[in-house]
Design a protein around this ligand. Structure first.
Ligand code: NAP
Length: 391
């Protein structure tokens, strides 16, 4: 496989790589599309069974350059490095193999001289406590990007409530994956704004510790592992569990609940029976100062119904690079606070990185807003690519 997939010119140690984004594909369709671009349009697409056979043999590598612009005039240059973790190998059984892949991807970013690396999806495991797994770092710093992700999840919930005419202060909030870095950050930011909080994950001791922290601030909290055990129905749900595939069946929630699926891979099972719920994909932001992939991976790496939408975790590294703040903004697990969220949101906003228009598997949630958003996005992108990124 090695020579049938081209890679970006093996970047040597240079000083012009501001950031690196480490990611992996969420589905076989996405993986096939990435391979299609790498192989080039002149080659016949590989059949699905061949893609499943070869993907586990592709070593982590840089697949494209990424140029990002700021509405304040700054620019930053980076690399997208795919760890080529197979979409069906995210279970615990493959953890050693996957950590080795993320380590290799991180080493690739360090060799390229990236000043900051955002670790997307599963890759964040490398700095959510497993610091001993990080390769020798030189000047490169790492961030999980989870603080900006929390910011966009919370903004999404607030926007949904405003658009649906719901009063956040009267709501019961359920967080699935509540003790994780993203889940606990959302809990800290939203708990003071709602009537009651329901926290769910598998480890009850960790749930109780988080509940005690929130209760000390006067929040009404209930914890449970099986979702059916909660005494109340949730009006607002955040799904932020690390699941290997979309397998979450929510069960008993309010019939018209607002549900934010922030998982990567997605948490919600297609079989979840929540017909009246308003579901949206959370944690996503939109770049309005220009984004370019070379070779052109637009719509392949960022598969969203709006232009220049990217996961919050990857956007955090880009925002910090535009700000020239090369620091490990989000590291460890359980340190995300409202103050840190405010800080990274202000940095992102200064460079035109804002909450993405809301959508779910069926498409944009508000068609009118989608049209305006798309038109504005493409107009801005077009003018930016022809002015800021030429030459
Ligand atoms: N949208 C974005 O831009 C974005 C950005 C960053 C992260 N993410 C995604 O957000 C999710 C959480 O990330 P994280 O960094 O917070 O992960 P994390 O720190 O590992 O936390 C995972 C949480 O999920 C819980 N969990 C794991 N398996 C579960 C199961 N089977 N049922 C219920 N709970 C379960 C864990 O607790 P127990 O082990 O006790 O169950 C923990 O509370 C991941 O899917 C990640 O890829 C998305």
């Amino acid at each position: 496989m090695g020579d049938s997939v081209a890679s970006v010119d093996s970047p040597g140690r240079t000083t012009d790589v501001d950031f690196a984004l480490v990611g992996h594909q969420e589905s076989w369709r996405a993986a096939a599309d990435v391979l299609g671009v790498l192989r080039g349009p002149e080659r016949t697409p590989l059949p699905d069974d061949e893609i499943r056979d070869i993907l586990p043999w592709i070593p982590p590598r840089a697949v494209c350059h990424v140029d990002v612009g700021s509405i304040a005039g700054a620019k930053a240059r980076g690399l997208y490095i795919d760890s080529f973790i197979s979409p069906d190998r995210l279970e615990a059984d493959y953890i050693r193999e996957n950590i080795a892949r993320v380590r290799a991807a991180a080493a690739c970013a360090i060799r390229a001289g990236a000043k900051i690396v955002s670790l997307g999806g599963f890759s964040s495991i490398l700095i959510e406590g497993n610091f001993d797994q990080l390769p020798e770092r030189h000047e490169t710093v790492f961030t999980t990007g989870n603080t900006l992700t929390v910011g966009f999840i919370v903004q999404g919930i607030e926007k949904m409530c405003a658009l649906e005419g719901r009063d956040l202060r009267r709501s019961t909030l359920l967080i699935v994956g509540a003790t994780g870095d993203v889940g606990s950050g959302c809990a800290r930011c939203l708990a003071p704004l709602v009537r009651r909080v329901l926290l769910s994950a598998r480890n009850v001791d960790r749930l109780r510790r988080l509940a005690a922290e929130l209760e000390a601030d006067g929040v009404e909290v209930e914890v449970a592992t099986p979702l059916q055990q909660f005494s109340a129905q949730a009006d607002i749900v955040i799904c932020a569990a690390s699941l290997a595939s979309p397998s979450l069946l929510l069960g008993r929630i309010a019939p018209d609940a607002i549900v934010c699926d922030a998982g990567y891979p997605k948490n919600l099972s297609p079989n979840a029976e929540i017909p009246g719920a308003r579901v949206f994909f959370g944690g996503l932001g939109q770049i309005t100062g220009g984004l370019r992939f070379t070779p052109d991976f637009h719509g392949v790496l960022n598969r969203h119904p709006f232009p220049d939408v990217v996961q919050g975790c990857l956007l955090e590294g880009m925002a910090l690079a535009l700000e020239r703040r090369f620091e490990p903004f989000s590291q460890g697990r359980g340190f995300i606070t409202q103050e840190r969220v405010d800080e990274i949101e202000a940095i992102a906003a200064r460079h035109g990185i804002r909450l993405a228009p809301l959508y779910n598997a069926d498409g944009p949630l508000w068609p009118a807003q989608a049209t305006i958003g798309s038109a504005l996005g493409s107009r801005e992108s077009a003018s930016i690519s022809s002015t800021d990124f030429t030459g």
